[in-house]
Design a protein around this ligand. Structure first.
Ligand code: FES
Length: 571
């Protein structure tokens, strides 16, 4: 039997020994416990691939991960490595309170420290649901070991009566119909059982699918794997290939800082824009970049947005196609090939080839042009997301113009203000609420440092009495986030947020607000003296009575343009 070689303890199972003050004792102890798991010396002498495993019964989007894990381990073993999975925090959108974003940094810290502390040469990051992929990429970027992302993949669609449905753009559509009285209780109960019928992440270009595409565009996944549906056999083959590639990475020094470069970040941002992807992707990309000391600014976003066409018509962009259609149409590779003249083709990928080499090898691959347009005939001529600046958002705000109503893009109107989520819940459907279709709805105190911790509440409901009149969209402004599956003329991530004294907290019902998407402006039309008077009267929430992670989060979380990472985690 081959003996575990203790002379190579910078690699493999003997790397990173505990310090008892006696190195030989440390080796002896580690071997003793490894033997308790039944491993032979032969196995333990192989390159070790850790698998960050995020299966959890609280995470329905990852319910297929056990089968996926087996495929990864098969790939690792066939390539001569030792696969060791380990649990990390797992985050699902609908099973975490107050919201999953609050725990993205916790998962990133957990992932980083476990990758660094445990004796692995490379790591496979198994993620899917919205915050899991950015958390893993942030953690892996900081941990500094070779890493490869394996995406869980999107759900397949289902049927409600004669309609094709999938989470969760359709969730919102049906709920709006229910609120407007067009669907009854029996119907909405039936819809509830039809929206999510397979394993995997939301079936549209929401945050999960956007982050999967970003991971591929960054070069952190195997080519062509971001959009494979969760239950498709190709997903298992991708898992096996990812495991095999991780063994090669374990023998290399291809660490994330060599992949996630400024050029790769621009490439990922272009793909985000070309997909009309989730606004959350902007926050996550800034956070990933920040881990490596890089900056992805909102002004850079605008430069890229003005020169990047929207190419994919996947819900919530358009009203027809889902992620399974996007995969069949050619997936992220088809979008990248169409964007080629705009990309940094020298960017290295974890596959060991540059992006340019990858795309050259894919020349001539099939593309379904109903789903993925060409640069000459795009879905929209400019990017799906635009940053706005002005007296209401000195550090910026976002609008997803590809999912908004163009007729509302240039607008000056009266504001109707809700001071918190609780205030909004209490009054939004009050028949006495003084609101008309032409007003701008404003929600305060839903940013990262608010008690709500930046929920996906930016999709403010249209007041019931306006819904009954057939109003489908209004300008809505907040410091909250919005689900990538949501749509509407919604201004988000206003920074600085109300809870740290940003001007958003000084808006009062009746103030006039001016929005100009053309000029990239968002202004509060109230004179300075009046704002100063209001500022003196505002008291900001303190974190002194908090404890534990709540306190850490409130004290250390950065504003949206800096990715909402913790200040002490940036590179
Ligand atoms: Fe997991 Fe939508 S809830 S991706």
């Amino acid at each position: 039997m081959k003996k575990l070689n203790d002379s190579t303890s910078d690699r493999g199972f003997l790397r990173g020994l505990q310090n008892y003050g006696d190195r030989e004792f440390s080796i002896y102890m580690r071997r003793a416990f490894a033997k308790s798991m039944g491993y032979t010396g032969n196995e333990l002498a192989r390159p070790v691939v850790g698998i960050a495993y995020t299966h959890s019964r609280f995470n329905p989007c990852h319910r297929h991960f056990p089968e996926l894990l087996e495929a990864v381990k098969r790939g690792v073993a066939a390539a001569g490595g030792l696969a060791l999975e380990f649990p990390t925090t797992s985050l699902h959108e609908s099973t975490l309170a107050p919201n999953s974003m609050k725990f993205r940094n916790l998962m990133a810290m957990d992932s980083e420290e476990m990758i660094r502390a445990q004796p692995m040469d490379a790591v496979v990051l198994m993620g899917g649901c919205d915050k899991t992929v950015p958390a893993q990429l942030m953690g892996a970027a900081s941990a500094g070991k070779p890493a490869i992302q394996l995406i869980g993949g999107p759900q397949m669609t289902s049927r409600y009566q004669d309609e094709r449905v999938g989470a969760c753009t359709d969730c919102r559509k049906f709920w709006t119909q229910f609120r407007a009285g067009k669907l009854g209780q029996v119907e909405i109960d039936a819809v509830e059982g039809r929206l999510v019928t397979t394993a995997g992440t939301c079936a549209v270009m929401g945050t999960a699918s956007t982050m999967a595409a970003i991971a591929e565009a960054l070069g952190m996944t195997l080519p062509g794997t971001a959009a494979i549906p969760a239950v498709h056999a190709d997903r298992l083959r991708a898992a096996e290939a990812t495991g095999a590639r991780a063994v090669a990475l374990a023998r290399s020094d291809l660490t994330p800082d060599k992949i996630i470069t400024p050029g790769a970040i621009d490439n990922a941002a272009r793909v985000l824009l070309a997909l009309g992807g989730s606004t959350n992707g902007v926050i996550h990309l800034a956070a990933i970049a920040g881990r490596l000391g890089l900056k992805f600014s909102l002004s850079r976003l605008n430069e890229l947005s003005d020169t990047t066409p929207v190419l994919a018509a996947v819900k919530p962009v358009g009203d027809e196609f889902y992620m399974e259609d996007f995969f069949a149409a050619g997936g992220v590779g088809a979008v990248l090939r169409e964007l080629m003249p705009l990309l940094d083709l020298d960017a290295m990928t974890i596959a060991g080839e540059t992006l340019g080499q990858r795309l050259a090898a894919e020349a001539g691959c099939y593309v379904d042009r109903r789903v993925i347009g060409t640069a000459a005939k795009p879905v929209e001529p400019r990017g799906g997301i635009v940053a706005l600046f002005g007296s209401l958002a000195p550090d910026g705000a976002l609008l997803k113009r590809s999912a908004a109503t163009p007729a509302l893009f240039e607008k000056t109107a009266r504001s109707v203000v809700f001071s918190s989520l609780e205030d909004m819940a209490a009054r939004i459907d009050d028949p006495e609420l003084d609101v008309v279709a032409d007003d701008i709805l404003v929600l305060q105190n839903a940013g990262p440092r608010s008690p709500a911790a930046m929920p996906e509440a930016g999709f403010l409901p249209i007041p019931k009495k306006l819904l009954a009149l057939g109003v489908k969209d209004m300008v809505r402004i907040s410091d909250a986030r919005m689900s990538g599956t949501a749509y509407g003329t919604i201004v988000l991530h206003v920074a600085p947020e109300a809870a740290v004294g940003g001007p958003l907290g000084l808006v009062r019902t009746g103030d006039r607000i001016s929005l100009s998407v053309r000029e990239h402006r968002l202004d509060l039309l109230v004179d300075r003296e009046e704002l100063e008077r209001r500022r003196q009267a505002v008291s900001l929430p303190a974190s002194t009575r908090l404890r534990g992670y709540d306190k850490l989060f409130r004290d250390a979380v950065l504003q949206a343009p800096d990715g909402c990472d913790f200040d002490f985690l940036r590179g």
